[in-house]
Design a protein around this ligand. Structure first.
Ligand code: PNS
Length: 160
């Protein structure tokens, strides 16, 4: 069984993340979406809230599991018997960081490979930080996140 891990901060999950999760779910036998604990300094959502939002948004995908992890990603991958790490590549600006991360992970765990999905064009510019910034200034984020995530984000940020 091919199990893949899609790791990230997901603060919060965007339509871009959901696009990658759906495409990975269609390609892999099992996809574990793993939220990094202690990764962000000032997250809007707690890890448990991020896990819950991801669960709600992916409940239609039977082979997708949501989890949280601590420590090194490759150690978590080993614990979950996953040989593939999935990452989304948006623009060329992502490349350097992603290359460094995938090569480090491969050095640490040669039997774990990173597989990149190029993000769909309509989400190529999208990031959770941009979504939070637009929301904080009262901008329309409905194209970037689902209605449920939008209302939860507004509630957490103390916006209408
Ligand atoms: O969505 P993000 O914030 O870009 O995700 C980054 C993430 C969680 C994939 C990365 O920070 C990570 O894997 N952290 C776990 C610690 C680790 O294994 N670091 C070594 C990889 S270079």
């Amino acid at each position: 069984m091919v199990t893949a891990i899609y790791p990230g901060s997901f603060d919060p999950v965007t339509r871009g993340h959901l696009d990658i999760i759906e495409r990975a779910s269609a390609t892999m036998e099992k996809v574990i979406v793993a939220v990094l604990r202690n990764g962000m300094k000032n997250p809007v959502f707690t890890v448990e809230e991020r896990v819950k939002l991801l669960q709600e948004e992916t409940s239609h995908l039977e082979n997708v599991e949501i989890d949280a992890f601590d420590g090194l990603l490759v150690d978590y991958a080993k614990r979950r018997s996953a040989k593939i790490i999935i990452r989304g590549l948006r623009a060329v600006t992502d490349f350097e960081y992603e290359l460094q991360m995938s090569q480090t992970n491969r050095k640490l765990a040669p039997d774990v490979d990173t597989l990149f999905f190029t993000t769909s064009l309509e989400y190529a510019y999208l990031s959770s930080s941009i979504v939070k910034e637009v929301a904080s200034f009262g901008g329309d984020i409905s194209a970037f996140v689902t209605p449920h995530v939008e209302s939860e984000l507004r509630r957490k940020m103390g916006l209408k």
